[in-house]
Design a protein around this ligand. Structure first.
Ligand SMILES: Cc1cc2nc3c(=O)[nH]c(=O)nc-3n(C[C@H](O)[C@H](O)[C@H](O)COP(=O)(O)OP(=O)(O)OC[C@H]3O[C@@H](n4cnc5c(N)ncnc54)[C@H](O)[C@@H]3O)c2cc1C
Length: 397
C-alpha cells in the first residue's frame, strides 16, 4: 500500500488526508497541537464561513494570484458543496455568497472531518511537532506540507512550513499579517475605545488614496478593528512593511454627500439654534465619537448652533467625511486571521501542487504565497489546493 505523510492537521491537511485515504492510500497525519482543526473551530466567530459561492481569482492575492485558477475551477464551490454533502456536511449559502455549515457551528465541521478521517483509517498523530521534512520524505511515497502560516500562533500558527520548503531549495515570499486589526498613532482614537460605527474607511499610502472599504469599525485600546478595517488591512500591512506613510481616512457618514451633510447641519441649526454642536452631532453619531471628534478638531463642544455659520458647517461636514488617523503598525501575526506571502508559487505546479524542485513533495493551503479576502475564500483555497494535491498523489501508480 502506498504511504503519504501530511504535516499539519488543519483545514487543508485534514481534507487532503480524507481524499488520499478514500483512494486507498495509507495516510499518516502529524499535528503539533493536542487536537486538529483549531483554526476551523474559531473561524467565522465559531460559525465557520466555510466557502463562498462566488469564487474567482479576483478574491486572491499573492505574487501570482492566477496560480489559484486551476484549483478553484477544478474544485469550485459546487464541487466542494457536493463533496461536503458526501461527508454528511450540508451548507447554507447566504445572499452575498458566503457559505456556512447548516448546523451554524464550526465544531460540526471539525467533528465530521475527524470522524471520516478516523473511519477511513487515517493515522492522526497529535502533539507531534515535525522538525525536519527531508527525512520524512525518505520514509514515504509522498509528503504534503499543510502547515499553514504564522497567523494566530496560539492556534498553531508558525513558520515551520517555510523552513521545510527551504530544506528543498524553495524560496519564500516575504510574509505579512492580513485580515488584522491596526494600531493608530492617536490618543483620541484610544479614548474612543469601545465605540462602534458603520462607516467608510479609505487607505492612503504616502498620501495617495489606495482603497476604500465599507463596513463596521470598532475603536480599541490599541487602535481600530472591525470588518472594514480587516478588509483594508492587507494593503496597510504591505505598506507598513515598505516603510510607507500609512493613513486611514474615515468617512463617518457615507450616506450623505458633503454638500447634503453641510445642508443638514445648517438646517438643524436653523430649526434648533439653542442645541449645542455636540448635541447636534449626537443625532448623527455615537456619543463617544461625537465628543472626541469635536475635541480632535478643537471645536467648542458647548457652543450653540446659533454661532454656526456656513463656513463652520462646511468645515464640520468635510471633517466628518475625512477624519484621518496615522497607522503605526498592525496588531501582529498573533491576532491576524491569515498571512500573506509564503512558499513561492512559481516553484509549485498549479495543477498538481507538487514541488517543481523536489519530486513527491506537495504543498497545500496557506503555507503558499496565496491569501484570500474575507468571506470564506481562505478555506475555499485550503479545500481546493488539498483536493488538487490529493488527486495528483493518488493518481500515481
Ligand atoms: C480567528 C480566525 C478566523 C478565521 N475565519 C475564517 C473564516 O471564517 N473563513 C475562512 O475562509 N477563513 C478563515 N480563517 C482562515 C483559515 O482558518 C485559514 O486560512 C485556514 O485554516 C488555512 O488552512 P491550512 O490547512 O493551510 O492551515 P491551518 O488550518 O493553520 O493548519 C495548519 C496546521 O499545521 C500545524 N503545524 C504547523 N507546523 C507544524 C509542525 N512543524 N508539525 C506538526 N504540525 C504543524 C498547525 O498546528 C496547524 O494545525 C480564520 C482564521 C482565524 C485565525
Amino acid at each position: 500500500m502506498k504511504r503519504v505523510a501530511i504535516i499539519g492537521g488543519g483545514a487543508s491537511g485534514l481534507f487532503c488526508a480524507i481524499i488520499c485515504a478514500r483512494e486507498g492510500w495509507h495516510v499518516e497525519l502529524f499535528e503539533q497541537n493536542d487536537k486538529c482543526g483549531k483554526k476551523i473551530l474559531v473561524s467565522g466567530n465559531g460559525r465557520c464561513n466555510i466557502s463562498n459561492k462566488n469564487l474567482s481569482t479576483k478574491n486572491y492575492f499573492g505574487t501570482n494570484p492566477e496560480f489559484v485558477s486551476h484549483a478553484i475551477k477544478n474544485f469550485g464551490f459546487e464541487a466542494f458543496e457536493r463533496f461536503a454533502a458526501s461527508l454528511g456536511l450540508l451548507l447554507e449559502v447566504k445572499e452575498d455568497g458566503r457559505a456556512y455549515p447548516l448546523s451554524n457551528e464550526a465544531k460540526s465541521v471539525v467533528s465530521l472531518l475527524l470522524a471520516h478521517a478516523k473511519n477511513l483509517g487515517v493515522h492522526i498523530r497529535t502533539e507531534t511537532k515535525i522538525a525536519h521534512a527531508k527525512e520524512l520524505l525518505e520514509k514515504y511515497d509522498a509528503l504534503v506540507i499543510a502547515t499553514g502560516s504564522e497567523a494566530a500562533s496560539h492556534l498553531g500558527g508558525c513558520g515551520d512550513g517555510y523552513a521545510f520548503a527551504q530544506e528543498f531549495g524553495h524560496t519564500i515570499i516575504f510574509t505579512y499579517p492580513s485580515l488584522v486589526q491596526l494600531h493608530l498613532n492617536s490618543k483620541i482614537a484610544h479614548k474612543m475605545s469601545g465605540a462602534k460605527l458603520e462607516c467608510e474607511v479609505s487607505l492612503l499610502r504616502n498620501h495617495a488614496k489606495e482603497r476604500t472599504c465599507q463596513g463596521d469599525i470598532l475603536f480599541t485600546a490599541y487602535g481600530i478593528s472591525g470588518f472594514a478595517v480587516l478588509d483594508i488591512s492587507r494593503d496597510a500591512s504591505i505598506a507598513l512593511q515598505n516603510f510607507e506613510h500609512v493613513l486611514l481616512s474615515l468617512n463617518l457618514l457615507p450616506r450623505f454627500n458633503r454638500q447634503s451633510l453641510a445642508e443638514h447641519i445648517q438646517s438643524v441649526a436653523k430649526k434648533a439654534p439653542d442645541l449645542s454642536i455636540f448635541e447636534m452631532l449626537q443625532g448623527l453619531l455615537p456619543t463617544k465619537i461625537a465628543l472626541h471628534f469635536l475635541e480632535a478638531h478643537a471645536i467648542e463642544v458647548h457652543a450653540t448652533l446659533r454661532t454656526l455659520d456656513t463656513k463652520l458647517a462646511k468645515k464640520i461636514a468635510s471633517l466628518l467625511q475625512d477624519w484621518r488617523f496615522e497607522v503605526s503598525d498592525t496588531h501582529g501575526f498573533r491576532h491576524a486571521e491569515v498571512s500573506g506571502g509564503g512558499v513561492n508559487t512559481d516553484e509549485v505546479d498549479p495543477k498538481t501542487y507538487e514541488s517543481k524542485k523536489q519530486k513527491n513533495l506537495y504543498f497545500c493551503g496557506e503555507v503558499l504565497d496565496i491569501v484570500g479576502e474575507r468571506g470564506g475564500y481562505n478555506f475555499a483555497f485550503a479545500w481546493a489546493s488539498a483536493y488538487a494535491a490529493a488527486k495528483a498523489i493518488t493518481a500515481r501508480s
